[in-house]
Design a protein around this ligand. Structure first.
Ligand SMILES: [Zn+2]
Length: 457
């Protein structure tokens, strides 16, 4: 017999429904406002999770169970996974009262195991503030001035929220790689950086009614770049500006030697086939002197390309910025190899005389503590530091033939300043501003003029 629903039941049901909608609403607000899904690994077939306390699992069908110790995840059919010997349906949520380890690295928040085309993706679901704790150390040195660290915290927060959903097709918001922002979980946390994050909690940059675009880079080399010259678009606050203070970073001056054969094949791989390269010139510069476009002339034709594209094709680790001069294309003689070029640009060992010279310069106090630390950690950078020290002592910028006297045969030789695309905030520039007493707001307003700081929670 079919019963008519009575009014009381309808009311109760409506209340329950309203309550659920409310909960979902809060959940959604939390998800869109302050939590992020970070992709730790993609297309895995097997791996371990671990926690110092009990691990709780809940699968897509609502089945829940727990396990302790090192737990093996293994998949061999789509959307199904084995948790030790228990079968579960993806996506699978993993929670614990203590940090959860994925492949020996601990993370806050919880993990979601999401189905992918070739297995599963491992996702860390975490609040934005906790996420930043695992990001900042990958970008700045905790020894820097607090205001520079705070500026980085705001920029990284804005970047993360603006780029939320970048990897939505894979089930997460941001990856943990340089493609988005490098994220290392608890292992990357630092008490001083934590203070920079908590003291700027919820602060982001807005332009009009939208989160601002906040690219940043290591060192502008004295003058930042226009976004339209490097990528495209016409974002008014991402325009070329002179750094207010001159500063020195490990990347202030660099030299790149690129064998022409290597360059020709890299261009060809990118669809630019000009035969044997005969001449390379800077076709256009911006107001700061930065290369905007490059004319390449070869036996098979000529082509002008964006300097930023040229940098990416030739290798952004070699051509560290577009803030460079062309020091010549070497004559035809012997054929240097790619390996030779690497040795020349990052010579690993100093000879005896240079070693002694460097030690005496260290004693004279030419280097900052950070530079000394960097030298200890990266002894292969010693030739670079020797060159920097000699330049500082002589007060000149480009007496740089010191290491590369015989290196310009059959190669493109560039000398440049700074590291990175040059758009938005220069991290070493921000450091110099903080050293001159600028607070993080003044630093941000300099690099992103016209944007506004807004506290969103
Ligand atoms: Zn990414």
């Amino acid at each position: 017999m079919r019963k008519e629903p009575n009014l009381f039941k309808v009311c109760i049901l409506s209340l329950v429904f309203a309550f659920i909608v409310g909960l979902v609403g809060i959940e959604t607000a939390w998800a869109t406002g302050t939590s992020l899904k970070i992709g730790l690994a993609t297309n895995q077939r097997t791996g371990y999770v671990f926690s110092k306390s009990m691990l709780y699992f809940k699968d897509a069908s609502g089945k829940s169970f727990k396990a302790s110790g090192k737990v093996l995840l293994k998949t061999n059919s789509p959307k199904k996974i084995y948790v030790n010997d228990k079968s579960a349906t993806l996506p699978l949520a993993i929670t614990s009262k203590t940090p959860i380890y994925w492949e020996n690295r601990p993370y806050r928040g919880w993990l979601q195991i999401y189905p992918s085309s070739q297995g599963f993706n491992v996702i860390n679901v975490i609040s934005v503030e906790q996420y930043l704790r695992g990001v900042l150390k990958m970008e700045v040195n905790p020894a820097w001035q607090m205001e520079a660290l705070k500026a980085q915290a705001v920029v990284a927060r804005t970047y993360a929220l603006r780029n939320k959903g970048k990897h939505s097709s894979q089930g997460f918001d941001l990856c943990a790689l340089p493609h988005c922002q490098v994220y290392r979980g608890i292992n990357a946390e630092d008490p001083k950086l934590d203070r920079a994050i908590t003291s700027t909690k919820g602060l982001v940059l807005y332009y009009g009614s939208k989160l601002a675009v906040t690219p940043y880079h290591s060192d502008s080399g004295g003058y930042t770049a226009n976004v339209w010259d490097v990528w495209s678009g016409n974002i008014p606050y991402l325009k070329a500006q002179k750094e207010p203070f001159s500063y020195v970073s490990p990347y202030s001056n660099w030299r790149a030697v690129i064998p022409l054969g290597e360059l020709e094949s890299k261009l060809k791989k990118n669809g630019i086939n000009l035969g044997k390269i005969q001449r390379i010139t800077i076709a256009k510069r911006d107001e700061g002197g930065r290369a905007v476009s490059i004319l390449i002339e070869g036996t098979g034709g000529r082509k002008t390309i964006k300097a930023s594209k040229f940098r990416m094709i030739a290798g952004s680790d070699k051509i560290r910025s577009t803030n460079f001069e062309i020091k010549g294309v070497g004559k035809n003689r012997s054929t240097p190899t790619g390996r030779l070029s690497n040795q020349l640009s990052e010579e690993a060992v100093l000879n005896d005389h240079d070693g002694k010279l460097l030690s005496s310069l260290v004693k004279e106090g030419v280097f900052s503590t950070e530079e000394l630390m960097d030298m200890l950690v990266h002894p292969e950078r010693k030739p670079h530091y020797l060159r920097v020290a000699l330049q500082r002592q002589s007060g000149t910028k480009s007496k740089t033939s010191y290491y590369f006297a015989s290196s310009n045969d059959n190669a493109l030789v560039l000398e440049g300043r700074g590291w990175g695309h040059g758009v938005g905030m220069s991290q070493w520039g921000a450091k110099s501003m903080a050293e001159h007493g600028w607070d993080f707001k003044k630093i941000l307003m300099y690099y992103y003029p016209g944007t506004k700081l807004k506290k969103i929670y």
